[in-house]
Write a protein that binds this ligand. Structure first.
Ligand code: SAH
Length: 225
């Protein structure tokens, strides 16, 4: 997989890719991530990429031309499965979308800033708009990092234990069961006996029960899905 991320502040987004699972996925060649500084595509000497809104109102708007130049350059080099704009009014990110996107070859992600991008960018180039939740961030960078993490960990082979992503929350419309590690008794608080029993079938049944119980209690809405 290849992911191209376009931003006016690319430094803001690099560090999540420099540690843990995303770094390993890059090092092992499961994914290539490229950052593009939009200012490089500015058409004036001041490296300007935003301007006042037509019709007045507070907040600067990211101009269509530098974005067009950047996206067009990338598109001339390869085909993209999706060109995503991070936006609070996009489809809210969920595990199903992450699963679908993890199967793609080339993704482009545009991060907005200021008041957002000129509507014509969305009309002309964007194939998918994704929000990471009903709140407003200062820029799309942190959202793009969240999106990339949710996708990259699902690429087959990225997580050491192949089954580990499959047993995460939301994969079967269920939350995860409780998990424990050593010690078996912490100040009188004991690990459930069944987990120490060695009966794998019974343990799985217990985990299924607990996952269902937890989902019913905390997120009945995803069960109904
Ligand atoms: N004026 C816009 C908000 C702009 S916030 C509005 O009211 O809808 C600036 C940028 O941050 C956006 O262009 C978008 O790329 C990013 N952003 C803000 N909130 C986000 C969210 N919840 N999910 C994804 N991206 C978000």
């Amino acid at each position: 997989m290849r992911i191209d991320i376009i931003s006016v502040v690319p430094d803001l987004i690099k560090s999540p890719f420099e540690g843990s699972i995303m770094q390993r996925a890059i090092e092992k060649g499961f994914v290539e991530v490229h950052f593009h500084n939009l200012r490089k595509y500015s058409t004036n000497n001041y490296k300007q990429v935003d301007d006042y809104q037509y019709g007045g109102g507070a907040g600067m708007v990211m101009m269509v031309e530098p974005i067009d130049k950047c996206i067009s350059e990338l598109k001339s080099e390869r085909d993209y499965d999706e060109i995503i704009y991070m936006s609070p009014d996009g489809e809210t990110l969920n595990q199903k979308q992450a699963n679908q996107l993890s199967l793609k070859g080339n993704l482009m992600i545009l991060c907005g800033h200021y008041k957002g991008v000129d509507q014509r960018v969305r009309d002309l180039f964007i194939t998918k708009e994704i929000s990471i939740g009903d709140y407003v961030l200062s820029g799309g960078e942190l959202g793009a990092a969240v999106l990339c993490d949710s996708i990259i960990r699902l690429i087959p082979g990225v997580l050491g234990d192949e089954t580990s992503a499959l047993t995460d929350c939301f994969q079967d419309n269920l939350l995860s069961p409780p998990i424990y590690t050593r010690p078996a008794d912490y100040k009188g608080h004991k690990v459930p006996e069944i987990l120490l029993s060695g009966h794998q079938q019974k343990i799985e049944a217990w985990r299924d029960d607990k996952a269902l119980e937890r989902t019913k209690a905390l997120r009945p809405d995803i069960l109904e899905d």
